[in-house]
Design a protein around this ligand. Structure first.
Ligand SMILES: *[C@@H]1O[C@H](CO)[C@@H](O)[C@H](O)[C@H]1NC(C)=O
Ligand SMILES: *[C@@H]1O[C@H](CO)[C@@H](O)[C@H](O)[C@H]1NC(C)=O
Ligand SMILES: *[C@@H]1O[C@H](CO)[C@@H](O)[C@H](O)[C@H]1NC(C)=O
Length: 555
């Protein structure tokens, strides 16, 4: 299969124009990561409209395998288009005082186009002005803000699209989708300076969470450090790079045992004091970490029924992927989400096999279906809790459900090496067909690494998806995005919402144009009234599963 076939459709035309530059890109990529191309903006992203794609960051000690010219070009384009606006470095020790302070920042609802009236189908625009801890308006952008419009009584909610004007002010744009009150909520997740810190940590200290393996043979056993990339030392390495996917993985070689004697993988722990106290102040709960920004005036509007003027279609083009109404997720852009009773689920899944791959947030769907379907019985594979794999069967309706973790890095309990499988290789083992549903979600274990690691993982998964859809085009493939979570200092530094958001952008870019379906867990969590959680609570999972079932059984 030609690798170009995988590339995003929009890249197709660009590829032709840029073909001549492929070699330049590749050469520059390989010998100098600090190369700053003139910003050719391909995908305009709301929070990252500009600027210098590669600040003078220290090169990671991760040495990335060379890619094919097409993959290298795609990696470059994706890194450029998702580059976060650069935040000017501020001098310590007055560092914190000059960063955005949610308590001093405000948002203002801009007047509606029709003389202060809003109708269903209109857009609501909010201007956000950030200020520092001394109350001085910020002059530069780069802060990470989230916006939501909601009505608790109607159990309605929708995510806003945030635009960074790069001058300290931001816009949040909301689609008005229900009649009645709509309350605006704006949250500072991280000041821009915190994003610079996260970027630096992922370059310089991707091993702040570290992994280990036990090696054993006879009565000898040894434990060594393992990772996607290990710091160069005199110690010899065991190279576990997957020969089929090219996924890198290494352990330091045990002194007295061979590389073949590795029996498991687990998270060793996390380093201490990888951030200085001054930088830690950028991540304070209740101060500048996921803290609400108040309104300068009213924080809500009343939305009237849809007006004569039809403006609805323009709302959806770059708008939200859906919204909640009476607690039920309504997807926008073509898919109708239905609600499924237990018997409707059984009917829908009758004769089907659903294979789920990824992290624990995908396993939640497996667990939800197991609990929802009385006829579905989990088969005891004697798997360790968390690690899996898992399998459930409904003999009467001939339903098979499986769930398996993605390949390393995995930050959980001990996993046997014989159960470590890359999603791409698992997909290659499927015949596919109209009765096969493939679901995957992979994001939560990559938060400490440079984005190249995630891009390459998705490139290998996408190749396998393309092969699967080539041999069985009627296979249904559904992808779960990452979601926002409850943040404290440690979670921010190892698995921040910012990193998840960036992963989602990469995921969208990478699978655009393929016959796959996305479930936007990001917006489904953001728009909901329940608090953000790495593992969203049951009402949100129920909506996600209904969304999945609506792809499997459109009515
Ligand atoms: C790069 O790393 C070195 C050593 O850790 C440090 O001294 C230097 O300031 C860093 N440069 C930048 C631009 O961060
Ligand atoms: C920032 O830029 C936006 C968009 O160009 C503009 O509307 C706004 O007035 C600017 N704010 C300041 C303080 O210059
Ligand atoms: C590890 O193995 C892969 C696959 O054989 C190879 O391409 C790569 O160069 C090796 N890496 C190191 C550091 O030895």
């Amino acid at each position: 299969m030609k690798a170009t076939a995988c590339l995003r459709k929009e890249y197709g035309a660009l590829l032709l124009c840029l073909a001549a530059f492929v070699f330049i890109f590749v050469l520059r990529y390989m010998d100098n990561l600090e190369f700053q191309p003139k910003s050719t903006i391909i995908m305009v992203d709301h929070q990252s409209v500009s600027t210098h794609p590669h600040p003078h960051m220290n090169r990671s000690f991760c040495t990335f395998q060379p890619l094919s010219p097409e993959d290298a070009l795609e990696e470059r384009l994706i890194l450029d288009s998702t580059a976060w606006p650069e935040t000017p470095l501020l001098p310590a020790p007055i560092f914190l005082e000059q960063t955005s302070d949610p308590a001093h920042s405000t948002f203002t609802i801009l007047p509606g186009r029709k003389g202060g009236e809003w109708h269903v189908g209109d857009q609501l625009e909010v201007m956000i002005q950030t200020s520092d801890f001394q109350g001085r308006p910020k002059k530069s952008g780069g802060d990470f803000l989230l916006a939501r419009l909601h009505n608790r009584k109607l159990e309605a909610g929708v995510a806003g699209q945030v635009v960074d004007h790069l001058n300290g002010s931001y816009s949040a744009v909301f689609s008005l989708l229900w009649e009645g009150d709509a309350q605006v909520e704006v949250t500072l997740v991280h000041p821009g300076e915190a994003i610079s810190v996260l970027n630096r940590l992922n370059r310089e200290q991707p091993d702040r969470i570290y992994f280990k393996s036990l090696f054993r043979s006879g009565s000898l056993s040894e434990t060594t450090l393992c990772d996607v990339c290990l710091r160069p030392t005199q110690q010899p390495l065991c190279n576990y790079t997957d020969l089929r996917t090219g996924e890198p993985w290494f352990c330091y070689k045990p002194k007295s045992l061979s590389c073949d004697t590795r029996i498991n993988h687990y998270m060793g722990g996390s380093k201490e004091n990888f951030l200085n106290a001054n930088d830690e102040k950028l991540f304070q709960r209740g101060v500048n970490l996921k803290v609400s920004i108040r309104a300068s005036g009213p924080a809500s509007v009343t939305v009237l029924p849809q007006g004569q003027l039809k403006v609805k279609s323009s709302t959806v083009t770059s708008g939200p992927s859906g919204y909640y109404y009476q607690g039920v997720w309504r997807a926008l852009g073509g898919t109708t989400v239905h609600e499924f009773s237990a018997s409707a689920i059984s009917q829908c899944l009758k004769g089907k096999a659903v294979h789920m791959y990824g992290d624990s947030t995908v396993r939640q769907w497996f667990e939800f279906l197991n609990a929802a379907l009385p006829g579905l019985k989990e088969f005891d594979l004697h798997s360790p809790k968390q690690a899996g794999p898992y399998m459930s069967l409904d003999y009467t309706n001939n339903i098979l459900l499986t769930s398996r973790f993605h390949g390393p890095p995995i930050r959980i309990v001990v996993v046997s090496t014989s159960e470590l499988r890359y999603i791409a290789n698992e997909l290659d083992g499927l015949i596919g067909g109209p009765n096969i549903v493939v679901v995957f979600g992979i994001w939560a274990h990559f938060g400490t690494f440079p984005m190249e690691i995630y891009i390459r993982r998705l490139q290998s998964i996408r190749r396998a998806v393309v092969r699967l859809l080539d041999r069985a085009p009627d296979t249904l493939v559904v992808i779960r995005t990452g979601n926002p979570k409850d943040l404290n200092l440690f979670v921010s530094l190892t698995n921040s919402d910012w990193h998840s958001l960036q992963c989602n952008k990469v995921l969208r870019a990478m699978f655009k144009g393929l016959n796959v379906h996305l479930i936007d867990a990001w917006e489904m969590t953001l728009a909901h009234h329940l608090p953000h959680n790495l593992h969203p609570p049951p009402p949100i999972i129920k909506n996600m599963v209904n969304h999945l079932l609506s792809y499997i059984c459109p009515q």
